[in-house]
Ligand binder design. Structure first.
Ligand SMILES: [Zn+2]
Length: 83
C-alpha cells in the first residue's frame, strides 16, 4: 500500500503521512512539522528550497521529477486531504 504525501504529492510513501513518519521526498515529519504549519505552507517552503529530494537512505525514483509530481498532484484536488 502506498500513500501520497499531502505536502509534496510523492505517491509512493510506504507508510501513512502521520505518526512521525518522514516523507522521503520532501522531508516533512508528520505529526511534528505539520503541527504548527499547514501542508500548503510546508509545500511552499519545500518549493522555496528548490524542491529537493530529501532522503539520503532512499534514492529518488529514476524518473522522479519534482515539478511534474507537483503539477500532477495539484491538478487533482481529490488528493488534497483536509487536515
Ligand atoms: Zn513529501
Amino acid at each position: 500500500m502506498n500513500y501520497t504525501c499531502p505536502v509534496c504529492g510523492f505517491p509512493e510513501m510506504p507508510f501513512p503521512p502521520q505518526d512521525n513518519n518522514i516523507c522521503s521526498c520532501c522531508g516533512t515529519e508528520f505529526g511534528y512539522h505539520d503541527c504548527s504549519l499547514s501542508h500548503s505552507q510546508l509545500r511552499q517552503m519545500w518549493i522555496g528550497r528548490g524542491a529537493p529530494w530529501f532522503s539520503t537512505a532512499l534514492t529518488a525514483p529514476p524518473d522522479w521529477n519534482a515539478a511534474k509530481q507537483l503539477k500532477e498532484f495539484l491538478s487533482n484536488p481529490s488528493q488534497l486531504q483536509p487536515r
